[in-house]
Design a protein around this ligand. Sequence first.
Ligand code: FAD
Length: 426
Amino acid sequence: MAWEFSTEPTFQKKLDWVDEFCREEIEPLEYVFPHAVRWKDPKVKGLVKSLQDQIKEQGLWAIFLDAELGGPGYGQLSLGLLNEIIGRYPSAPQMFGAAAPDTGNMELLAAYGTEEQKDRWLTPMLNQEMWSAYSMTEPQGGSDPNLFKTSAIRDGDEWVINGEKWFTSAGRVADLLFVMCTNGMFVVPRKTPGVEIMPEPRNHNHIVYRDVRVPLDHLLGPEDGAKVLAQRRLGGGRIHHAMRTIARCKLAFDMMCERALSRESHGKIIGEHQMVQERIADSYAAIQMLRLFVLETAWKIDQSSTQATRTDIAAVKYSMAKVLREVSYNALHILGSLGTTDLTPLQAMYASAPSMGIADGVDEVHKATVARNVLKGYRPHTGYWPTEYFPAKREKARQKFEPLFQKDPELRALADAYERSRPGPE
Ligand SMILES: Cc1cc2nc3c(=O)[nH]c(=O)nc-3n(C[C@H](O)[C@H](O)[C@H](O)COP(=O)(O)OP(=O)(O)OC[C@H]3O[C@@H](n4cnc5c(N)ncnc54)[C@H](O)[C@@H]3O)c2cc1C
């Protein structure tokens, strides 16, 4: 009997350390120096380094990388438990060297890069000396990769990339752009001539690649392998987002419960009103269900691979968006007018929920994937009636008992009597 819902005491100690470290060190730094890991000032860099040295001492740096890819190899389940703590603090994933979009790009380099590519890009990315972005979606459509047009043409000892990408998160501030072309995945330094960043949107960039020339060794993985690389990257990214989403949902839930006990209305603490209780109870159950689903999916990845677990990853993906939407809304609502302001994390959390249903593939596409894959495990019934059609089942059961009835007519009489007295209609 191998089901296990408790955490090993040694790992729990690590989780406790992370919890306290995030609360006592990372969160205060974020309030005074937002996005501190990206600051160039040596004093702020020094503050970041002292925190990151402690994280490294704990063996918690770049925890997303499996051992065979050169990481600490905690595995996805342990990562899930860590992420449901660090995901509560916006700056913590970067502080731990485990923030999107870099994590997915590093995973690609670790899995598909040559030794030279790893030295050139992976090592500096792991050391946060280089930052990256992922350029896949195109302006004419994102949900269907068959519509993508950006391509690379070989010209002597260079690839020449032409195309247009849309919504490349943090593209403007990236050193490296991982560009999905119709014929391969390419690593393009942002400052390469021909990379043109459009003025809008500001954070998720529209980028035109116009005759962008890169050396042949900037192709990552095999030629024509872009879809396989993209699937691997996005599969990992989706489950990591889900782990951090649990943390966001828990934060909203904590805020909801604290407020429910703190405010009074119509002669009661608001947590004593049944409709408030319903929101709390529904949110509690939704978070618990999501958490178990995410952790079990992470466990399945550890037992197999992201590819083998793709149905559950897709189901987790749209479920987390839904739970975040519901729980953050419930929390915002219970905080009343304060919830609608930008003075607490709730408004931004609720506003981010629709993005969760779109980023990394829209809900509809994941739902279609889940339904398609699930249906592969079923067969149509023969004839008019479904397998669970009572009359057919009864008939079959009678056939099974027939040898016994032949030996024991009294038993048959009992069954016949019941059959006659059985209430109808069907
Ligand atoms: C916060 C955020 C960050 C992102 N970061 C990146 C990034 O770093 N790099 C990158 O390349 N992209 C990024 N994206 C883009 C993202 O991958 C795309 O938005 C997504 O793939 C959907 O593409 P689209 O926006 O073109 O929507 P469309 O493909 O135009 O879809 C719009 C709507 O059409 C409907 N629809 C589409 N297809 C189907 C279908 N098969 N069945 C039923 N309904 C359907 C759905 O309602 C869908 O929401 C990001 C998006 C967000 C929101």
